[in-house]
Ligand binder design. Structure first.
Ligand SMILES: [Zn+2]
Length: 484
């Protein structure tokens, strides 16, 4: 093997393996307790999470439930013709993913992020990037072209930093908030660590940076973004207490900013795992993530934010202060939702875990590919079903109708297998009637209501969320089967 072909392993990745961490639980009273001395009564997920983090074992030995679900619901699938960890999205999965992308972007724009777009590949010989590659613990895909070697980006950071480097920035412009949703970021995770939508090699990552003039401004902005993070995750359909907070920092930062760190934990509402280092090893002094614990007890970071003290200087990003002096900003890196694929993974795992508690699995209504399924009892009622589906569609509700020649029971069963939240069976009684019987998935009951009541009910529940039309033809008959 020629030297040129060797995998580039970042120095940070090599050193990370040797890194010595101190692990604690920080409780709501501000006590910092070593992980093995903490009383986990009532904090099962925190115990799972700290066990998982301290071990740092990323190998996967079982197929996680979301992998079965992503296929049976015809959302996402493996693509054997690609490198493992790169997926295909069927129409329903693509719609869900697009809605999530749109929603997170909308939240970031509301917060003040400026949306930009940057290249997906960079020259490995670029002087700044060459150094940066060794500070980031990730493996790259590389592309060779003529005598040049490029890497596929593993984050949105450097595109934005290179842009900021060339910009003229005044202290008045700070905090400067730049945003990009990368489709995709690439990381060549080790083969044995790849697992469904949880750990992939290409992923969609919203990343909003905030350049701040000093630590007080960075801390203030950090708090603001915590709200952005919680709003985004709960907006998607998670509960705040479904997440475990992981905080990582240098001992020095903790000592000087105890009250700030404690306030983050109090805001989270339950004890958090803390990883601490004697010296600053990474480019950040503080980082947190909100972690989701799945059905197999594995933890995955969704949202994250960090205070970066290195890259302002490394990329030579400067702002002019009141006295006309040039300074380097501190940079916050935040993903309010984490990788979009991971959101889908977590939603599916959550649905699966609910089944053990007798909750019918479902997706948040705003993400349900079909929100209302109209089922005609026989072919005489197909036109009525189609008319109703069109009427709902005009009101921006995703409705379809089952025009297959199957029994009503079979059609209802199939709609339930698709987790459709509202099912309406249409027979003779419904012809010319004011109301229709609506089978509601959430409570498993029949509710009599008019079509406009149904559409207002749905509109109320999806308020503030983006909308996309039905991702498949309106008649079920005209749909291909993508899986199985
Ligand atoms: Zn970043």
């Amino acid at each position: 093997m020629s030297e040129n072909k060797e995998e580039v392993v970042s120095e940070a990745l090599k050193a990370e393996e040797k890194l010595r961490s101190m692990w604690y639980i920080l409780d709501l009273e501000g006590n910092l307790v070593p992980v093995d001395e903490f009383d986990y009564t009532g904090y099962d997920n925190l115990q799972t999470f700290s066990g998982y983090e301290v071990e740092k074992d990323r190998t996967v030995d079982q197929v996680p439930p979301h992998v079965t679900l992503m296929k049976s619901l015809e959302l996402v699938d493996y693509e054997p013709a690609s490198d493992p960890g790169n997926f295909r999205y069927y129409p329903k999965g693509r719609m869900i993913k697009a809605l999530l992308e749109q929603y997170v972007t909308q939240e970031v724009l509301d917060y003040g992020g400026m949306d930009v777009e940057t290249p997906i590949m960079y020259n490995m010989k670029h002087p700044t990037l060459e150094k940066y590659l060794h500070r980031f613990p990730a493996r790259q895909y590389t592309i060779e072209h003529d005598d040049d070697r490029y890497f596929l980006r593993f984050a949105a950071c450097f595109g934005q930093f290179l842009m900021a480097h060339d910009a003229t920035i005044s202290y008045r412009d700070l905090p400067l908030r730049i945003y990009e949703l990368t489709r995709y970021s690439f990381r060549r995770e080790q083969r044995g660590e790849l697992v469904g939508l949880r750990r992939l090699r290409s992923f969609t990552m919203p990343d909003v940076h905030a350049m701040c003039r000093d630590l007080p401004q960075a801390k203030k902005e950090f708090r603001r973004r915590l709200k952005l993070v919680v709003d985004t995750l709960t907006g998607i359909g998670f509960e705040k207490d479904e997440f475990e907070l992981g905080l990582r920092m240098t001992e020095d930062f903790y000592r000087k900013n105890k009250r700030f760190v404690q306030s983050i934990v109090r805001g989270h509402g339950k004890p958090a795992l803390v990883e601490m280092w004697k010296e600053r090893f990474f480019y950040f002094i503080l980082k947190y993530e909100l972690n989701f614990i799945d059905a197999l007890g594995k933890a995955s970071a969704l949202a994250t934010d960090q205070i970066d003290v290195e890259n302002g200087e490394r990329y030579d990003i400067t702002f002019m202060d009141e006295e006309g002096h040039e300074n380097h900003p501190l940079i916050l890196h935040c993903s309010p939702s984490g990788a979009i694929e991971r959101d889908i993974y977590a939603l599916l795992e959550k649905a699966h875990m609910g089944m053990a508690k007798d909750v019918r699995p479902s997706l948040p209504l705003w993400l349900a590919p079909t929100q209302v399924r109209l089922i005609p009892v026989n072919e005489d009622h197909v036109a009525l079903a189609e008319g109703y589906a069109k009427k709902l569609t005009r009101a921006k509700v995703r409705a379809d109708f089952d025009d297959r020649t199957e029994t009503v029971q079979k059609k209802i069963r199939d709609a339930e297998k698709e987790w459709i939240p509202y099912i309406v069976v249409l027979g003779d009684r419904e012809v010319g009637a004011e109301t229709v019987p609506v089978r509601v998935r959430e409570d498993g009951k029949l509710h009599q209501m008019s079509l406009s009541e149904l559409s207002s009910l749905i509109k109320k529940q999806v308020r503030g969320k983006p909308y996309r039309p039905l991702p498949m033809p309106m008649g079920v008959q005209g749909r291909p089967k993508f899986v199985g």
